[in-house]
Design a protein. Structure first.
Length: 133
Protein backbone atom coordinates (compact mmCIF):
# COMPACT_ATOMS: atom_id res chain seq x y z
CA UNK A 1 0.00 0.00 0.00
CA UNK A 2 1.86 3.00 -1.25
CA UNK A 3 0.88 6.66 -1.05
CA UNK A 4 -0.68 6.53 -4.54
CA UNK A 5 -3.08 3.75 -3.52
CA UNK A 6 -4.06 5.52 -0.31
CA UNK A 7 -4.56 8.79 -2.19
CA UNK A 8 -6.74 7.05 -4.76
CA UNK A 9 -8.77 5.30 -2.08
CA UNK A 10 -9.19 8.57 -0.18
CA UNK A 11 -10.32 10.37 -3.35
CA UNK A 12 -12.78 7.58 -4.17
CA UNK A 13 -14.28 7.60 -0.66
CA UNK A 14 -14.50 11.38 -0.71
CA UNK A 15 -16.29 11.18 -4.05
CA UNK A 16 -18.77 8.65 -2.63
CA UNK A 17 -19.45 10.93 0.32
CA UNK A 18 -20.07 13.87 -2.03
CA UNK A 19 -22.46 11.79 -4.16
CA UNK A 20 -24.33 10.58 -1.05
CA UNK A 21 -24.69 14.13 0.25
CA UNK A 22 -25.99 15.38 -3.11
CA UNK A 23 -28.45 12.47 -3.36
CA UNK A 24 -29.83 13.40 0.08
CA UNK A 25 -30.04 17.08 -0.85
CA UNK A 26 -31.94 16.34 -4.06
CA UNK A 27 -34.23 13.89 -2.22
CA UNK A 28 -35.05 16.64 0.28
CA UNK A 29 -35.66 19.08 -2.59
CA UNK A 30 -38.07 16.54 -4.08
CA UNK A 31 -39.88 16.30 -0.75
CA UNK A 32 -40.18 20.08 -0.52
CA UNK A 33 -41.41 20.32 -4.12
CA UNK A 34 -43.98 17.58 -3.51
CA UNK A 35 -45.14 19.26 -0.32
CA UNK A 36 -45.45 22.71 -1.91
CA UNK A 37 -47.42 21.30 -4.84
CA UNK A 38 -49.78 19.50 -2.50
CA UNK A 39 -48.59 16.06 -3.51
CA UNK A 40 -49.02 13.99 -0.38
CA UNK A 41 -49.05 10.36 -1.54
CA UNK A 42 -46.03 8.12 -2.03
CA UNK A 43 -46.57 8.00 -5.79
CA UNK A 44 -46.63 11.79 -5.90
CA UNK A 45 -43.26 11.82 -4.13
CA UNK A 46 -41.94 9.35 -6.70
CA UNK A 47 -43.06 11.73 -9.45
CA UNK A 48 -41.34 14.66 -7.72
CA UNK A 49 -38.20 12.58 -7.21
CA UNK A 50 -38.10 11.63 -10.89
CA UNK A 51 -38.58 15.27 -11.92
CA UNK A 52 -35.86 16.49 -9.56
CA UNK A 53 -33.53 13.75 -10.84
CA UNK A 54 -33.60 15.40 -14.25
CA UNK A 55 -31.73 18.44 -12.89
CA UNK A 56 -28.40 16.69 -12.13
CA UNK A 57 -28.71 14.70 -15.36
CA UNK A 58 -29.13 17.92 -17.33
CA UNK A 59 -26.19 19.47 -15.46
CA UNK A 60 -24.07 16.42 -16.24
CA UNK A 61 -24.89 16.61 -19.92
CA UNK A 62 -24.22 20.33 -20.28
CA UNK A 63 -21.03 20.10 -18.23
CA UNK A 64 -19.68 17.28 -20.36
CA UNK A 65 -20.54 19.11 -23.58
CA UNK A 66 -19.19 22.43 -22.31
CA UNK A 67 -16.01 20.95 -20.89
CA UNK A 68 -15.29 19.09 -24.09
CA UNK A 69 -16.07 22.16 -26.21
CA UNK A 70 -13.74 24.33 -24.13
CA UNK A 71 -10.97 21.74 -24.30
CA UNK A 72 -11.28 21.50 -28.09
CA UNK A 73 -11.56 25.26 -28.69
CA UNK A 74 -8.30 26.55 -30.14
CA UNK A 75 -9.20 30.16 -29.29
CA UNK A 76 -9.36 29.18 -25.64
CA UNK A 77 -5.90 27.63 -25.76
CA UNK A 78 -4.48 30.50 -27.81
CA UNK A 79 -5.77 33.09 -25.36
CA UNK A 80 -4.00 31.22 -22.58
CA UNK A 81 -0.72 31.38 -24.47
CA UNK A 82 -0.19 34.98 -23.34
CA UNK A 83 0.03 33.84 -19.74
CA UNK A 84 3.53 33.78 -18.25
CA UNK A 85 3.31 30.06 -17.52
CA UNK A 86 5.33 27.58 -19.50
CA UNK A 87 3.77 25.33 -22.11
CA UNK A 88 3.95 22.48 -19.63
CA UNK A 89 2.03 24.45 -16.97
CA UNK A 90 -0.63 25.54 -19.48
CA UNK A 91 -1.05 21.95 -20.67
CA UNK A 92 -1.45 20.71 -17.10
CA UNK A 93 -4.00 23.46 -16.42
CA UNK A 94 -5.95 22.53 -19.56
CA UNK A 95 -5.99 18.89 -18.51
CA UNK A 96 -7.09 19.83 -14.97
CA UNK A 97 -9.93 21.91 -16.45
CA UNK A 98 -11.05 19.06 -18.68
CA UNK A 99 -10.85 16.41 -15.96
CA UNK A 100 -12.64 18.74 -13.54
CA UNK A 101 -15.52 19.19 -15.98
CA UNK A 102 -15.68 15.46 -16.65
CA UNK A 103 -15.45 14.65 -12.93
CA UNK A 104 -18.38 16.97 -12.22
CA UNK A 105 -20.30 15.41 -15.10
CA UNK A 106 -19.70 11.90 -13.80
CA UNK A 107 -20.73 12.81 -10.25
CA UNK A 108 -23.87 14.62 -11.40
CA UNK A 109 -24.82 11.72 -13.68
CA UNK A 110 -24.36 9.23 -10.83
CA UNK A 111 -26.54 11.39 -8.55
CA UNK A 112 -29.28 11.61 -11.19
CA UNK A 113 -29.18 7.89 -11.94
CA UNK A 114 -29.30 6.99 -8.25
CA UNK A 115 -32.33 9.25 -7.78
CA UNK A 116 -34.09 7.64 -10.74
CA UNK A 117 -33.29 4.16 -9.40
CA UNK A 118 -34.64 5.09 -5.97
CA UNK A 119 -37.80 6.45 -7.58
CA UNK A 120 -38.19 3.25 -9.60
CA UNK A 121 -37.61 1.08 -6.52
CA UNK A 122 -40.21 3.00 -4.52
CA UNK A 123 -42.66 2.79 -7.41
CA UNK A 124 -42.18 -0.95 -7.86
CA UNK A 125 -42.29 -1.54 -4.11
CA UNK A 126 -45.52 0.43 -3.81
CA UNK A 127 -47.28 -1.55 -6.51
CA UNK A 128 -45.94 -4.89 -5.30
CA UNK A 129 -47.57 -4.30 -1.90
CA UNK A 130 -50.99 -3.50 -3.38
CA UNK A 131 -53.56 -6.29 -3.17
CA UNK A 132 -54.41 -8.06 -6.40
CA UNK A 133 -57.99 -7.45 -7.61
Amino acid sequence: MGPKTESTRHSFLLGLVHVAIWVLIFALIAAVVAWLLGWRSLLDYVNALALVALAPLALATTSAIGGRAAAADLRYHYSRSVMPDSLRDRTYQSMRDLTGALNFSANAAVVGIILLLVAAAIYLGYWSLQPMP
